[in-house]
Design a protein. Structure first.
Length: 196
């Protein structure tokens, strides 16, 4: 989670945030088999869901970005959208209860909607492997570096692309941006001159 300036303020691993797949019924209408570990997975999913909704409330999150770089990303985006909408519904119910008790607060910042959008993974992947990220976020894992850059890229795309630039050719990750299908056939020194 980053603030409006792109600084990391909190992070948490949600390993079970995607709901477990529902078991299929057996042949001849038999009840579905419960595999070992499914109950534990469902319990951990419920805990991750509660923790995620608490983070939404605590940090007043207004944008959630999902990187479109794996097969499970679609299920993740759907789950996060449902959790964000559930959080809004709960906040509205709380607001209605407060109004009934005479404690209405019209400018409650917690009741705003959290949008869930797709993010392009190309720039975050390049940033996470760059020398600049090694200096800036040296004690953070690769996945967290990607997540930070993904959030910053949605806030200020030009700044994140410029963070890939380096005057040293071997460290210049901006050269790896896919700008044209024939780009790999261009001399790297000439490409640097034109991108500068």
């Amino acid at each position: 989670m980053v603030d409006e300036y792109g600084e990391l303020i909190a992070h948490k691993d949600f390993l079970y945030i995607i709901p477990p797949r529902k078991p299929r019924p057996g042949p001849d209408g038999e009840p579905p088999l419960v595999r070992p570990g499914e109950e534990e997975g469902a319990r951990r999913h419920a805990a991750d869901k509660r923790d995620f909704q608490e983070i939404l409330r605590e940090h007043k999150v207004d944008l959630i970005v999902v990187s479109a770089d794996c097969h499970e990303a679609k299920r993740l985006k759907k789950a996060l959208s449902e959790f964000a909408n559930l959080k809004i519904a709960q906040d509205q119910m709380q607001e209605n209860d407060d109004e009934n008790q005479g404690m209405a607060n019209d400018d409650d910042p917690n009741s705003k909607e959290a949008f869930v959008i797709w993010g392009r993974p190309e720039v975050p992947k390049l940033f996470a492997t760059s020398h600049y990220s090694q200096k800036l976020l040296k004690n953070h894992p690769f996945v967290l570096k990607k997540a930070i850059c993904l959030a910053r890229f949605e806030q200020d795309p030009l700044n994140e692309v410029l963070n890939l630039w380096s005057p040293i050719m071997s460290e210049n990750q901006a050269l790896h941006l896919n700008l044209h299908p024939l780009q790999k056939h261009i001399n790297q020194a000439r490409l640097i001159d034109h991108l500068e």
